[in-house]
Write a protein that binds this ligand. Structure first.
Ligand SMILES: NC(=O)C1=CN([C@@H]2O[C@H](COP(=O)(O)OP(=O)(O)OC[C@H]3O[C@@H](n4cnc5c(N)ncnc54)[C@H](OP(=O)(O)O)[C@@H]3O)[C@@H](O)[C@H]2O)C=CC1
Ligand SMILES: CC(=O)[C@@H](O)[C@H](O)COP(=O)(O)O
Ligand SMILES: [Mn+2]
Length: 383
């Protein structure tokens, strides 16, 4: 039996994690939940899963939840609340599924408290990979990947020797605009960008998918998770999202993991590893599928992917800055303050202005994150 704490329980990964828990009530107990401001969904989750502790982002949201749930459920809010969920003494496994670099501190706290981690929040590894890795090694904690590509690689590796891996190949759907020209992208709206061709996900990762920054963040995430240099991590566009990623070994053999695009599969694998449990997911129909397609992920067409490789290779605080500038750019695009193509301009300008620090401390990461956000909010970076 796993005793779960879920950070971001009301989101896309959070609700899929609870769907997995509901399918196997004998395997999972839900101990603690943290979310932002979605009171309705949190109240539903409390009534359904009876956690001991919940936390909301604001005092107002916490009070609204408290007024509608059993008095036995402890309701907290803010940083203290989310850290208490991440370190709840009765939880042995924390699903890290907040969105953005706000996931870093609670994930680190969970690691330091010795919890096993199911990691969906890729921004945590992008912004502070070296710190998170060292903390996990120190605490003897395993980080199980939830991101579908990384779960695929984890499944393909399946005990193979690290030195036998030649390269890993991350597949990318190409996002909502994969068939649009750069000229058409100038007119892209948030509504159109939010229509992912294959996956149903939260807004931020869906926009990242349309710019291919998602794949860029995943390249950096893979670097930390699998301890591989950037020239052995490649990206190929695969519009169907059926092959979730591949590993090529030194002898030329390639292992791929396939399945319908359903996040419950990688979530459940991360929760039950090394066991597999049954799951009510749609099975692949090979005849209906017919064929699979692949295209080059061109850096001129997808500058965000190029910038992520650059940031990863530079290292230090540069990935932190890439990530923070991207978070602000996505927020501003969704608020209609900047256009689709201005997002990449913002990120590029912020990176150009940054003098990276090597081996940054957590405080230096916070400082770089704050600095990048303030520059990315400045309208002069878009012109
Ligand atoms: N969705 C997917 O299929 C995949 C997602 N990922 C990654 O997983 C992470 C989560 O993505 P996704 O589930 O799509 O995101 P969502 O936007 O759907 O969910 C985000 C969660 O974070 C909570 N949240 C937001 N702001 C705060 C805050 N200030 N304090 C506390 N909680 C907050 C939200 O709460 P509320 O809604 O209550 O405000 C919600 O529970 C991201 O890093 C994403 O890149 C990776 C692979 C696939
Ligand atoms: C489901 C998942 O893991 C997402 O991160 C997904 O990868 C998005 O797809 P693309 O970035 O390939 O469009
Ligand atoms: Mn992914």
């Amino acid at each position: 039996m796993r005793h779960l704490a879920i950070l971001g329980s009301t989101g896309s990964i959070g609700t899929n994690t609870l769907a997995v828990a509901a399918e196997h009530p004998d395997q999972f107990e839900v101990v603690a939940l943290a979310a932002g401001t979605n009171v309705e969904e949190m109240v539903r989750q409390v009534n359904r899963f009876r956690p001991r502790l919940v936390s909301m982002a604001t005092k107002e949201a916490a009070e609204a939840v408290r007024s509608r749930v059993d008095a036995g459920v402890k309701v907290m809010w803010g940083d203290e609340g989310v850290l208490s969920v991440a370190t709840h003494p009765d939880a042995d496994y924390v699903v890290s599924a907040l969105v953005g670099s706000r996931g870093l501190r609670p994930t680190l706290a969970a690691i330091e408290a010795g919890k096993a981690i199911g990691l969906a929040n890729k921004e945590t590894l992008v912004t502070a990979g070296h710190i998170v890795k060292k903390a996990a090694e120190r605490a003897g904690v395993t980080i199980y990947p939830i991101d579908s590509e990384h779960s695929a690689i984890f499944q393909c590796l399946n005990g193979e020797r690290h030195k036998d891996v030649h390269r890993i190949i991350l597949t990318a759907s190409g996002g909502a605009f994969r068939d649009w020209t750069r000229e058409q992208l100038a007119e892209a709206t948030p509504e159109a960008a939010l229509k992912h061709p294959n996956w149903s996900m939260g807004a931020k990762v869906t926009i990242d998918s349309a710019t291919m920054m998602n794949k860029g963040l995943e390249v950096i995430e893979a670097h930390w998770l699998f301890d591989l240099p950037y020239d052995r991590i490649e990206v190929v566009i695969h519009p169907e999202s059926i092959i979730h990623s591949m590993v090529e070994f030194v002898d030329g053999a390639v292992m791929a993991q396939l399945g319908t695009p359903d996040m419950r599969v990688p979530i459940q694998y991360a929760l039950t590893y090394p066991k597999r449990l049954s799951l009510s997911t749609k099975r692949l129909d090979w005849i209906e599928l017919g064929s699979l397609h692949f295209r080059r992920a061109d850096f001129d067409r997808y500058p965000c992917l190029r910038m992520a490789y650059e940031a990863g290779r530079i290292g230090g605080t540069m990935p932190t800055v890439l990530n923070a500038a991207n978070e602000v750019a996505v927020e501003r695009f969704l608020a209609r303050e900047i256009s689709f193509l201005e997002m990449e301009k913002v990120i590029e300008r912020v990176m150009e202005r940054h003098q990276p620090i090597t081996e940054p401390s957590l405080e230096a990461i916070d400082e770089a994150d704050r600095w990048a956000r303030s520059v990315a909010y400045d309208d002069r970076v878009c012109v």
